[in-house]
Design a protein around this ligand. Structure first.
Ligand SMILES: [Mn+2]
Length: 313
């Protein structure tokens, strides 16, 4: 018995579907978590797995250590992570290879399994890179695949948005089911394009993003503050679309989680906010220009105040 733990986005789903074999089980961490929680460890412990395969998700080293104590662990990934002792890594990026040669976990898996000529191999690439893939030395491979199989880039991009509608809706069960369905369906492209549930979701998400962009916002000094009410996980997209590059954007959504608000900042330097959120003990993360945090509803206004104080000095 084997357990596949995979990321909730298109790349994670596609890579897991390539790996999935009869009798395997699969799960995604709770959407938004880059670690596993106690109830998940408990479930895995009683599962009696001979092997756990972690795909396209850079789980916290503490989580990886605990998994390695349970059973044999293998990782298929293209993220830069710390190696944990006793775990086998199939990750060309950790071996010093270039991300343009291994642009996604789906490609790492397809390469390993010698299945580079399949839609699933390329879907993860389009999911992780979108339009940017066109400017890489990987693109000729994708282009050749599309020409040979009669796909346009726009069609592959649409498939990605259909698949990603599930995590944006917070639907972990549907994410997990997608892996198994894509493994078994004779025609993954048709399965994705004709999935009316995913399409309804995708269209509703697009409407809500549009409404959020056009909805009211408040300017406070160098920051634009936008409070939205959406049951979809769209703050990062909204922040990216309203950011003009020379100020700070703060997007707040208190309707995705029951007890918490999502707070997302995009701006020139997000590192002070990443530090602030971590010091306050929030589930949070980010990189140079962005910070995302999950904040208890009764602490949200105060946290946003503190961010604004820092931005406006
Ligand atoms: Mn990926």
């Amino acid at each position: 018995m084997r357990l596949i733990i995979h990321h909730w986005d298109t790349d994670g789903i596609a890579a897991a579907a390539l790996l999935y074999e009869k009798d395997d089980s699969n799960m995604s961490p709770k959407i938004g978590n880059y670690f596993l929680e106690e109830d998940e460890f408990a479930m895995i412990s009683v599962g009696n797995y001979d092997e756990i395969v972690v795909v396209d998700v850079a789980l916290h080293p503490d989580t990886m250590k605990r998994l390695a104590e349970i059973t044999k662990v293998r990782v298929f990934d293209h993220h830069i992570t710390k190696r944990v002792e006793g775990i086998e890594y199939i990750n060309p990026i950790l071996d010093g290879k270039d991300e343009e040669d291994y642009p996604s976990a789906s490609w790492v898996v397809a390469d390993y399994l010698n299945r580079r000529d399949e839609l699933l191999a390329f879907l993860g690439v389009v999911g992780d890179w979108e339009e940017r893939i066109k400017n890489t030395r990987f693109f000729p491979l994708l282009d050749e695949f599309m020409k040979k199989n009669g796909f346009t880039f726009e069609e592959l991009h649409e498939m990605v948005y259909l698949m990603d509608s599930n995590y944006k809706a917070g639907d972990k069960e549907e994410v997990e089911k997608a892996v198994r369905e894509l493994k078994t369906t004779p025609n993954p492209a048709d399965y994705i394009m004709n999935n009316s549930k995913w399409r309804r979701r995708k269209e509703e998400i697009e409407r809500e993003i549009e409404d959020a962009i056009n909805g009211k916002e408040e300017r406070i000094g160098k920051a634009v503050v936008k409070r939205i009410k959406s049951k979809y996980n769209i703050i990062s997209t909204v922040a990216r679309k309203i950011w003009k590059g020379d100020e700070y954007v703060i997007v707040i959504n208190c309707d995705f989680f029951r007890d918490d608000c999502q707070v997302y900042v995009r701006g020139e330097d997000a590192t002070p906010f990443i530090k602030m959120a971590a010091e306050r003990g929030y589930v949070s993360g980010g990189k140079k220009n962005v910070m995302g945090a999950i904040v208890p509803k009764n602490e949200c206004d105060e946290f946003v105040e503190k961010i604004l104080e820092k931005i406006n000095g």
